[in-house]
Design a protein around this ligand. Sequence first.
Ligand code: 6V0
Length: 315
Amino acid sequence: MAESISKGVKIVVIGVGSVGSATAYTLLLSGIVSEIVLIDVNKDKAEGESMDLNHAASSDTKSRAGDYPDCADAAIVIVTCGINQKHGQTRMDLAAKNAAIMQDIIPNVAKYAPDTILLIATNPVDVLTYVSYKASGFPLNRVLGSGTVLDTARLKYILGEHFDISPDSVDACVIGEHGDSGVPVWSLTSIDGMKLRDYCESKNHSHDDAIYHKIFEQTRDAAYDIIKRKGYTSYGIAAGLLRIVKAILGDTNTKLTVSTVGDYYGVENIAISVPMKLNKSGVHPTDQIPLDEKETELMKKSSRQIKSALKNLKV
Ligand code: 6V0
């Protein structure tokens, strides 16, 4: 899709804290939508953000504060409201409070925008994608979570730094939970079009499990490391959400590691990330990626972890 304003395309962002406001700003500067509606329990905040955003717009994109009836005809409703992780908390620690918020707001979105696509970013994102799917009554293809899109971007960046190459030349992904049990798919990773081992041999790099383990630890712990310093994370997820929105609005069939509801690795009825195809009708399964034995085991474990969080919530 050309990076030009899509006339009449409305996006709603619910929750305009650190993540929601960065997302709205990223969307605005991308120039791919004509209207961005901001909803927050703090109405002054939503109004202030939309006024500020309009002063940044050099295009036809307009932002305004709104309420649930303004979700009508939105192409995508992005959900970023709720509590965030504080230093020392895991994403799963947020589950009960944020699930209650989803159960409160999602029926309102579904009432006014029965045909929209729901894109969940609030954490724990896999658990809340499932909760939102149930609360919306939408079909599977119209509810997705940002999942491990951010973890995948982080892994590609860190590998790029390690090999001194652009992240664009790194083909790698993290699947599973967006959280502590995410799974890096080393068996399919390639650099500059070459399998990891071959690339390392050709460039005289050491190909050592301990190095990859450390790289993944940095990826997995990135949010903790950022939160310890600045209190929250925002730009990485905003860029990830833009990538997802572009794939949907542009009808590109791009594969991204978003979180969707289904049966995965022997566990029924959960939401978890695997590569999925995105286009204007939403999110669609692709062929299952071939994992090695260890990766399959880790995916089973990650799936069970999400199931157990859902059971605790009794959803
Ligand atoms: P924040 O800065 O506290 O903003 C949250 C906003 O939600 C505030 O403006 C609140 O007023 C608003 N809010 C709270 N309850 C409601 C409600 N019922 N209806 C409408 N608005 C409400 O948090 P921040 O923006 O930092 O984080 C938001 C969520 O995103 C958290 O759950 C984070 O953990 C999550 N993140 C998810 C990421 C991902 O990769 N999916 C990445 C980063 C953060």
